[in-house]
Design a protein around this ligand. Structure first.
Ligand SMILES: Cc1cc2nc3c(=O)[nH]c(=O)nc-3n(C[C@H](O)[C@H](O)[C@H](O)COP(=O)(O)O)c2cc1C
Length: 220
């Protein structure tokens, strides 16, 4: 039987870069998937999923995705200064994966994979028509890190399907985003749990909160 305290160590200095990447990808999970649409200087539309994606700044609103290597999405964004990020919905699982195919630069993934696009409101790049959310961005900046480039996009507008918005907030049960895990694994949203943040004021007024947590962790 494996000792539960035993650890397997993965040291990037002692591993092949590809092998370490597979470990890293398996532990930074789940990752949201940015379905990035961009246009080349020649006008060819490009659509590709990027799971190295998150919010980079609140004010001004900035999102970021990472191009591992120099790919068409990165080249297009550098050339035109615009892109959209569509949320990757569960219903389009196979289409999202198919748009990661390494088509030549002159071919449009959206067209090849049967993913209808529709015009953006504020940028000259379309969004995925069948996705409930689009984040319309202009290029803020890029940062080169080793073999990768982080692209920062200044968010100009977010559009959400009206059916997915309740009391002013987009609702997870209507967004149904996919997430990326390690290997070829993906996940759906699963169980949604709610918990409110504990202020220190409440914490100090009610010692039972901390007592219960410490008691539970003793028994674990
Ligand atoms: C779910 C998923 C997530 C991906 N995430 C990334 C990513 O974060 N960065 C990246 O460079 N490639 C990522 N890829 C691979 C790219 O989508 C793939 O290389 C694609 O062909 C790039 O397209 P482009 O050359 O048209 O930009 C991902 C692929 C899949 C299926």
């Amino acid at each position: 039987m494996t000792d539960p305290a035993e650890r397997v160590l993965f040291d990037p200095d002692e591993m092949d870069a590809g092998a370490f990447y597979r470990v890293l990808n398996s532990v930074v999970v789940p990752r949201p998937i940015a379905w990035v649409c961009s246009r080349s200087a020649d006008g060819v539309l490009n659509l590709a999923p990027h799971s190295f994606y998150t919010v980079a700044c609140v004010s001004p609103p900035v999102v970021q995705f990472t191009s591992v290597g120099r790919k068409d999405s990165l080249r297009n964004v550098e050339a035109t200064g615009e892109f959209t990020v569509s949320l990757a919905p569960e219903a389009l699982f196979e289409q999202i994966n198919a748009t990661a195919t390494d088509f030549p630069a002159g071919m449009s993934e959206a067209e090849e994979c049967g993913v209808p696009l529709t015009a953006g409101e504020r940028v000259g790049v379309p969004r995925v028509a069948g996705s409930p959310v689009a984040v319309e961005c202009t290029l803020h900046s890029t940062v080169r890190l080793g073999d990768s480039t982080v692209v920062f996009g200044r968010v100009q507008l977010i559009t959400v399907a009206a059916s997915a918005v309740r009391e002013g907030r987009p609702r997870i049960e209507h967004l149904q985003p996919l997430a990326r895990l390690g290997g070829n694994e993906w996940s759906t949203i699963g169980e949604v749990r709610e918990i409110s943040r504990i202020s220190y004021r409440r914490w100090s007024e009610d010692p039972s909160i901390g007592e219960r947590l410490r008691r539970d962790s003793d028994g674990a």
